[in-house]
Design a protein around this ligand. Structure first.
Ligand SMILES: *Cc1c(COP(=O)(O)O)cnc(C)c1O
Length: 234
């Protein structure tokens, strides 16, 4: 199923308005929160429409999907942002295809990414995915491991750590969701106090909770369904 182009542009305008309103309500400068459109499961023709609307960074959660779409959209200058769980044996593809990885969550993956990036003679912006929710299904580094992880990453100089990423608990209780976002911000602040000033970005907030994330300091919301419509996994 394809999305009519006017519908995508209307949804984009509405989304930007909601982001701006949330910024204003939290006393934050409009424009201090970036939008990462999440295009997973949507076909290349829908992505092409997004590119026509001026979006050029697209979030995907599978490298295979990035590879297929990259081939279909060759020459369009898409910056692919990997936001899904990354198996170590896929580090080679990530090192080739991704403009950025937001799901760095363990040292073994960092080491393999670094090795592959050296072979490609590239460096990569990364965010560390942090587990802020008790759910088993959520990936991420336990927050208390962050200081040691940052130390260990010092020797891997193909990886530029720009910030932290998280997925909040899936809960109807806004206070529980907010607590996840707050925890991520507190850890970002703590890392800065420890001298890691490069850790600035907070990628947090999705279609269902981005307003709460903005209130808690998000610098980047990852939005899929509120922009592209409901996903069909069939
Ligand atoms: C799918 C996904 C999103 C976007 O989810 P929506 O609810 O569709 O906005 C954000 N972040 C990650 C890591 C995802 O996998």
């Amino acid at each position: 199923m394809s999305t009519p182009e006017y519908l995508l542009s209307v949804r984009l305008a509405q989304l930007r308005e909601r982001i701006e309103l949330a910024c204003r309500r939290s006393g934050r400068a409009p424009g201090s929160v970036a939008l990462l459109p999440v295009s997973k499961t949507f076909p290349a023709d829908v992505l092409a429409q997004a590119l026509d609307l001026g979006l050029h960074r697209l979030g995907e959660n599978k490298l295979q999907e990035i590879r297929d779409k990259q081939a279909q959209l060759a020459g369009r200058g898409v910056q692919w942002v990997m936001i899904g769980h990354l198996q170590t044996n896929k580090a080679k593809d990530a090192a080739r295809l991704a403009a950025e990885v937001q799901s760095l969550d363990r040292l073994s993956l960092a080491q393999e990414l670094d090795r592959r990036l050296r072979l490609e003679q590239r460096s990569l912006d990364v965010l560390i995915q942090v587990k802020t929710s008790p759910e088993e299904s959520k990936f991420g580094l336990p927050p208390e491991d962050l200081p040691a992880f940052m130390q260990a990453l010092r020797s891997l100089d193909t990886l530029r750590v720009r910030g932290l990423m998280t997925m909040a608990v899936n809960s109807p209780d806004p206070q529980a969701v907010r607590a996840c976002f707050r925890l991520l911000r507190q850890w970002r602040d703590r890392l800065q106090e420890l001298g890691h000033e490069q850790v600035q970005r907070l990628s947090m907030g999705m279609s269902g909770d981005f307003e709460l994330a903005i209130q808690e300091g998000s610098t980047e919301v990852r939005v899929g369904s509120a922009l592209f419509g409901a996903r069909d996994y069939a």
